[in-house]
Write a protein that binds this ligand. Structure first.
Ligand SMILES: Nc1ncnc2c1ncn2[C@@H]1O[C@H](COP(=O)(O)OP(=O)(O)OP(=O)(O)O)[C@@H](O)[C@H]1O
Ligand SMILES: [Mg+2]
Length: 589
């Protein structure tokens, strides 16, 4: 039922395809009746022309059956591919809408396997298992009626195994469902491990972690093989049952029927037709085992799919669909707009997976950043700076208090609106496997060549970008791994400023630069910061000096606010944080 919304758009074609398969299958059931007519009529009368006629009819029936089956395939293929593609697309879209907290909780391999292998198995179910279960059901029903009409006693003997078969197969099916779920979960774990090993290949190699990973991978693979073998065993038992019991009853019918023919109670043609029809039904019974197994497997896959789709995504995104184009198109990314005012009002935040007894990560953060002002956020490592900063672009929602952008609660903004006004450079500069230009222009919907050049210039990225083989059109490898850490960081900074945001949030944006480059970037950044509001997480005194004021985050609160010099004089914690850096050599200049 949960698949119906996805299948609905193509229901007409699918229904027609199933109908055609039923027709083809029932055509095959007519063949034994023609055979009966041939044996009891032309064959026993020695009428050669009649035999040829019967043979011709059989041939025609066979050709039509094959043709109808072919048309069915052709009819179903395109709509089913469309169903799979649309389910995959919706999953991907939904994953991008889901909050960061969801992605913190779920491993990527589980999500990837749901979007690939699981959907493949659903496709298999819709293409093969579902139609053929219907076809087999109808065929068996029609076949049974025809059999009973031929000779009801023999029909009853043939049908005798149905009841034990149903009981046994439902028992095996329940166990199969369990094994199928296990196998899929393990496939997801395996995908996670594989992905981590590949992405972390540098660490893996340099720490000789490969042997341990190989062992872990083998263990997971063995466990997955175990689940798959359990599935195979159950399927083998089911298939054997579905082959042996009907064959045994068919044997009994053959003996009983032969006796009846010998005694003259039954015509040879009827017995032949009866047996031929039973043989026609045989594949329908035998294939039901694997079709049921496919269905159970697909039900597991569907469960896993809807499990993700049922995760609630923030509501406002319905208005901010990425496919519909950015909202407010036309305003050039706030280039003429004034700087914004940012206010934290008693902001409280607790990570969803934090232990219940623990105090909240942020406990009442209050801070006002005036339009055009630059505030540096300073605090010990792990004090929650990145967490606080991530609340502004709404990567997490505060669990208490409010964040106001020009007096408007950020939770009231659509993501598109918030994206247009707020720009962020994260601690970890994330790049995508595309060109340098596209990576930077992600930051603004309507930025052009000139904006790109300006942003690269401010971030001091223009030099190394020009030296790349194709300049800004050079593809950076997966996650930008073909660039140095400082180069990646400068591109992330360029991305943050390219759209001239009204509020700029920088999480330790210069940490990977040498002192010389840092000074150059800072000099250029100063001009940007003069025209925009900015919140800059800073570790080093050199970065702090970019700011008008400094806010010290400590114990989940803003413990002190003031100019750098003021805090150095009045706040012992601030002095010790800064002098630690000075002692490290970096703040000494
Ligand atoms: N996704 C998460 N789920 C649960 N806890 C988290 C998560 N991310 C961070 N934390 C916890 O929140 C605390 C603050 O982390 P945060 O990244 O905000 O620190 P920070 O001040 O930015 O540190 P640094 O200066 O090292 O960057 C850490 O103790 C960390 O364990
Ligand atoms: Mg941080």
């Amino acid at each position: 039922m949960r698949l119906w919304p996805y299948v609905r758009p193509v229901r007409g074609r699918l229904f027609l395809a199933v109908l055609l398969a039923v027709v083809a299958s029932c055509l095959a059931l007519v063949m034994p009746l023609v055979l009966k007519w041939m044996v009891d009529g032309p064959v026993s009368d020695g009428d050669v022309a009649g035999v040829w006629l019967g043979g011709g009819v059989l041939l025609l029936l066979g050709v039509v059956e094959a043709g109808v089956f072919g048309v069915r395939r052709w009819l179903a293929a395109r709509p089913l591919a469309a169903v799979e593609a649309s389910m995959r697309e919706r999953l991907h879209h939904h994953l991008l809408r889901l909050p960061v907290a969801f992605h913190d909780r779920w491993s990527s391999g589980q999500l990837v396997s749901r979007g690939t292998a699981d959907l493949g198995s659903l496709h298999g179910f819709l293409a093969v298992a579902l139609p053929f279960l219907v076809v087999n059901g109808v065929t068996l029903l029609v076949g049974c009626v025809l059999l009973m009409a031929q000779r009801w006693v023999l029909g009853l003997v043939l049908l005798a195994p149905v009841v034990p078969l149903l009981a046994l197969s439902s028992f095996l099916e329940a166990r199969f469902a369990l094994a199928a779920r296990q196998a899929r979960e393990r496939a997801g774990d395996l995908a996670t491990l594989a992905e981590e090993s590949v992405l972390g290949v540098r660490v893996v190699k340099s720490f000789g972690h490969d042997q341990r990973l190989t062992r872990a991978f083998r263990q997971l693979a063995v466990r997955m093989r175990g689940a798959e073998l359990a599935k195979a065993r159950l399927l083998a038992a089911l298939t054997a049952l579905l082959a042996v019991l009907p064959d045994a009853s068919l044997g009994a019918v053959l003996v009983l029927g032969a006796v009846e023919v010998a005694e003259g109670d039954l015509s040879a043609g009827t017995l032949l037709a009866f047996l031929a029809m039973a043989m026609e039904l045989r594949p329908a019974v035998a294939s039901t085992g694997s079709l049921l197994a496919m269905s159970v497997d697909a039900a597991t896959a569907a469960d896993r799919y809807v499990e993700v789709m049922d995760e609630p995504a923030p509501a406002d995104d319905a208005r901010a669909r990425p496919l519909a184009g950015p909202a407010g198109a036309g305003t050039k990314a706030g280039s003429e707009a004034t700087a914004a005012e940012l206010v934290f009002e008693g902001v409280e935040f607790r990570y969803p997976d934090a232990p219940p007894g623990e105090p909240a990560m942020l406990r009442g953060v209050s801070l006002r950043i005036a339009p055009g002002e630059t505030v540096a956020l300073v605090g010990a490592t792990g004090s929650g700076k990145s967490t606080l900063v991530a609340l502004v672009p709404r990567l997490h929602e505060p669990t208490g208090g409010r964040i106001l952008l020009d007096g408007v609660d950020v939770t009231a903004l659509t993501r598109a609106e918030s994206r247009r006004q707020v720009s962020v450079a994260f601690e970890e500069p994330t790049l995508f496997s595309t060109t340098v230009a596209e990576n930077v222009l992600l930051g603004a919907d309507h930025a052009d060549e000139a904006d790109l050049a300006r942003a690269l210039g401010i971030a001091r990225a223009d030099g190394f970008v020009q030296a790349l083989p194709d300049g800004a059109l050079t593809h950076v490898g997966e996650q930008g791994m073909s660039l140095s850490g400082g180069q990646r960081q400068r591109l992330a900074l360029a991305r943050a400023i390219v759209g001239r945001p009204r509020l700029l949030v920088l999480d330790d944006p210069l940490s990977a630069l040498d002192i010389h480059t840092e000074a150059l970037v800072e000099a250029a950044l100063r001009r940007v910061l003069a025209t925009t509001t900015a919140l800059v997480v800073a570790h080093r005194p050199s970065t702090v000096l970019l700011a008008d004021r400094v806010a010290l985050l400590s114990g989940g609160r803003i413990a002190a606010v003031g100019t750098h010099d003021h805090l150095l004089r009045t706040c012992a914690e601030y002095t010790s944080l800064m002098s630690a850096f000075a002692a490290g050599g970096d703040g000494a200049r």
